[in-house]
Structure formats: C-alpha cells, structure tokens
Design a protein around this ligand. Structure first.
Ligand SMILES: NC(=O)c1ccc[n+]([C@@H]2O[C@H](COP(=O)([O-])OP(=O)(O)OC[C@H]3O[C@@H](n4cnc5c(N)ncnc54)[C@H](O)[C@@H]3O)[C@@H](O)[C@H]2O)c1
Length: 270
C-alpha cells in the first residue's frame, strides 16, 4: 500500500492561481489528483487551468468569492456535478494588504481599522467560510482533508504586518478548533491541519524583501540572518509537506501546524 497515493483525489485550492497555490496545484496534479482552482478572476483562472491541461492533467476552474457563502455553495454544486466529491481543501487564498501594515514612519496608532478588518476578513473568514462549505460535504462523506495556510508571523512578532499576523493567529486557532469538531462529531477520517511557510518571495512581499535591482532589502537580509538555511524558500518546497498532510501518510495527524521555514521558527537568532 502506498501511503502517499492521492491519485483521483479531488483537491479544491482557493488562491490556486497565486504563487504558492499554483505551484502546489501543479504538484498535486502531477501526483494524479483532480484539481479545482477557485479564484476571483476568470481570465487568470483560465490561464492556470490551460497550463495544467496542456500538461495532460485533470483540472477545473471556477470563479468564486471566498468571502461569500452563496458563491462557495454554487462552486460546491459545480464540483459535485463534475467530480461527485471533494477530498481535499487547500485554503491558500490570503495575504497581507498595505493599509493594515505599519510603515517605518508610522506607529500602531496610525493603524487603519478598516484595513485591519479587511485583512482579517481575508485571512480568517476567508478560511472559515470555505471550511464550512466544503467541510459540510466532508461531514456527509465522512472523509476529507483540509490544509490551511498560516505564517511565521503567528508565534513571534514580525514588525509591520500587524493585521496579517493577528488574522493568521486566529486562523491557526480555528485550525485546531475545526480539527477537534470534525474528529469528535463526524469522522476520524476528516482531518484539519495547517502549514506555516517561512519566507518565500512572492507578489505580496517582493517589494518588502528586495530592492529594485533584485538585491535583498534590509528586511530581506534580516530574515535571511534569522533563517538557519540562509535562503528564502522556493514555492515547490511546500509540495512535500502538503502532499504528506493530504495523504494517508498523516492519517493520525490532525490539528497541527507544520512549519516549512528553513529552520526560522527553531532559531533564537543568536
Ligand atoms: N509567500 C510567502 O512567503 C508566504 C509565507 C507565509 C504564508 N503565506 C500564505 O500563503 C498563501 C499564498 O500566498 P502567495 O505568496 O502564493 O500569495 P499570492 O498573492 O501569490 O496568492 C494569494 C492568492 O489569494 C487570492 N486572494 C487574495 N485576496 C483574495 C480574496 N479577497 N478573495 C479570494 N481570493 C483572494 C489571490 O487572488 C491569489 O490567487 C497566503 O495565504 C499567504 O498568506 C505566504
């Protein structure tokens, strides 16, 4: 028996057109999973789906708003029509936003509460709602796996990103809560975990971590100095951890947050 077999599993990925989500979609597809990408922009979704299909993979793209229950329920209906089930939900949609970030010139007293609310909606509610809509289906199926996307900003304060950190912290707590709820009330075959990526250069943090000439910014250097492996992560380096959490190899693991961080969370900095 291959513990890591995920062939023909139906994997729904919110934020599946993003830097990390698209890399994971590619890996899971190559491992035989059927990929459903949920995104906001139909054109971007179509591009991601055609890339997967050009490589011979099974994939479906659906425009859906992760903050709108009806939109998610409509997506769920389409998926049931096409594939009949959902085995895996990856809540990859999320991120930071400028207004909820404290710049070098500002202090906490300059925080925009509107921006704080928006970033909380995205990272906390944007994981809770898809988990409810697809978790309900998993409860009926008595089987399923959810993997959430946390961050290194949860355990210790990382300057600037106050709203992002607080909302990811809430999301980590929800991961544990949902894991307990599903295992105690529905099935020990429904598992809910999270990964906590370290620092991967992507669209959202490129300007913070690098200068225009591509060299590392002061913040970029600071992160590298606190990362024992002395480098940023590559998107494809999340694939193994996610594959593990999605497969029977982790069948007795639920409610955990798995760091994928080059040692950042283990290091005191000294
Ligand atoms: N890149 C990193 O270093 C890093 C580190 C830790 C955690 N993460 C987390 O990993 C996940 C993916 O990050 P990424 O670097 O690929 O970012 P990305 O910006 O490339 O992708 C994020 C995706 O989320 C979607 N999204 C954003 N706002 C949305 C909304 N309101 N509704 C629906 N979808 C929305 C975007 O369309 C995009 O597809 C995020 O949750 C992020 O917080 C990233």
């Amino acid at each position: 028996m291959n513990l890591f077999n995920i062939k023909d599993k139906v994997a729904v990925i919110t934020g599946g057109t993003g830097v990390l989500g698209s890399s994971i979609a590619e890996h899971l597809a190559a491992s035989g999973a059927k990929i459903v990408i949920l995104g906001r922009n139909q054109e971007t979704i179509d591009q991601s789906i055609s890339t997967l299909k050009e490589n011979g993979y099974e994939a479906l793209g659906i425009a859906a708003d992760i903050l709108n229950k009806k939109s998610l329920e409509a997506a769920r209906e389409k998926i049931i029509y096409h594939y009949g089930k959902v085995d895996i939900l990856l809540n990859a949609a999320g991120g930071n936003m400028p207004g909820a970030t404290i710049t070098d010139e500002q202090t906490i007293f300059d925080l925009s509460m509107d921006a704080f609310q928006t970033v909380t909606d995205l990272n906390l509610n944007g994981t809770v709602l898809p988990s409810i809509v697809f978790g309900e289906l998993m409860a009926q199926q008595k089987e399923g796996v959810i993997v959430n996307f946390s961050s290194m900003t949860v355990e210790r304060a990382v300057t600037r990103v106050v709203g992002y950190s607080a909302s990811k912290a809430g999301m980590e707590n929800f991961t544990r809560w949902m894991a307990v709820e599903m295992a105690t009330k529905f099935s020990d075959k429904i598992r809910v975990n999270a990964i906590a990526p370290g620092f991967f250069i992507g669209n959202q943090n490129r300007k913070l971590l690098t200068n225009e000439d591509g060299s590392y910014s002061q913040r970029g250097h600071s992160i590298i100095n606190n990362t024992p492996m002395k480098r940023f992560g590559e998107a494809n380096e999340l694939a193994g951890a996610i594959h593990f959490l999605c497969s029977d190899a982790s069948q007795f693991i639920t409610g955990i947050v798995l760091p994928v961080d080059g040692g950042f969370s283990a290091f005191s900095g000294v």
